[in-house]
Design a protein around this ligand. Structure first.
Ligand code: NGF
Length: 293
């Protein structure tokens, strides 16, 4: 099986109250993802990792700890995209040295970059290593949207191997996969895995897979086997779980679920996210008992 296909958790990061990454707990988070949740890969320093609030040194240390903790058991994709492209290049090179399987880069955001500038950004990052690059497309958070013509140009860039498509526009998703079967396409909304899977996409990258990946792997297999009724029932089961997760602060409740597994001291989110997640303790316990046992 292609190492880059399958279900990847967008890795959660445990922070301390002062906002520092807790590397000891991070190793446990990696362990939980692999041994309990059942991920096939990890996507590091994405939105779920709160990475756009980190500086580059912190992101590099995370890449190192995850590589050490994963011990080659699952595929690793390093999200290196950021507005400081020089730091993105350093992180990409580090990912290659550490044995990562691919790099990824969010579309440059905040300034209204032109299509030409965005493509140049991807070309510069893609050329900096020999690793495949997965573009991270998330218009909901980046406010950057691509036309099909822009995707076409993007896929022509050397080393650009795929796209992590986190948008509800399934028409464009279908067009990408149908016209570019050679491009690796990942879908990024866990609650719509089934709808994306029917287009034959290659993988999924999402936050809830940190704790509930086995069901997502099974759902992908059911769709590939054409068992759509069972897949639909499983998506409903997954979405009952996602409903309660979304009602409880998403990253916070997911972190609390992992914290409880190892009975670790409190973990935090990174400011300006609401830091304190301890209020979710009771709900996390109920969710673990009801959906994850
Ligand atoms: O958290 C978001 C915000 N999206 C994630 C995922 O696309 C983020 C998604 O799993 C990601 O991959 C990353 O961290 O880089 C949702 O949390 C999930 O579907 C629940 O809505 O859009």
């Amino acid at each position: 099986m292609n190492k880059l296909k399958g279900v990847f958790a967008a890795l959660l990061i445990p922070y301390d109250k002062d906002g520092k990454v807790n590397h000891e707990k991070l190793e446990k988070f990696v362990e939980y993802n692999i041994e309990v949740s059942g991920v096939q890969g990890l996507y590091i320093n994405g939105s779920t990792g709160e990475a756009f609030m980190l500086d580059s040194e912190e992101r590099k240390e995370i890449l190192k700890t995850v590589a050490k903790a994963a011990k080659g058991r699952v595929s690793l994709i390093a999200q290196v995209g950021q507005l400081n492209i020089y730091k993105a290049l350093e992180e990409a090179k580090l990912a290659e040295e550490l044995g990562y399987d691919a790099i990824s880069a969010v579309t440059p955001f905040y300034y209204k970059f032109s299509e030409e500038q965005i493509l140049e950004y991807y070309k510069t990052i893609a050329e900096s290593t020999s690793l495949p690059l997965i573009a991270y497309y998330i218009p909901l958070l980046s406010n950057v949207t691509f036309s099909m013509a822009t995707f076409e140009k993007l896929f022509k860039i050397k080393n650009v191997a795929g796209v992590k498509f986190t948008a509800t526009d399934l028409y464009t998703l279908e067009r990408i996969k149908a016209k570019h079967p050679e491009v690796l396409v990942y879908y990024g909304f866990d609650e719509q895995e089934l709808s994306a899977a029917v287009y034959g996409i290659d993988g999924f990258i999402g936050s809830t897979f940190n704790v509930n990946a086995k069901r997502a792997v099974k759902l992908h297999e059911l769709v590939q086997a054409g068992k759509l009724k069972e897949a639909r029932e499983l998506q409903a089961e997954i979405n009952d779980f996602i409903d309660v997760v979304l009602a409880n602060g998403l990253y916070a409740i997911l972190k609390e679920i992992i914290r409880q597994e190892f009975d670790m001291e409190t973990v935090y989110c990174r400011l300006p996210m609401t830091q304190d997640i301890s209020k979710y303790a009771d709900e996390a316990k109920k969710i673990r008992d009801k959906y994850l046992k």
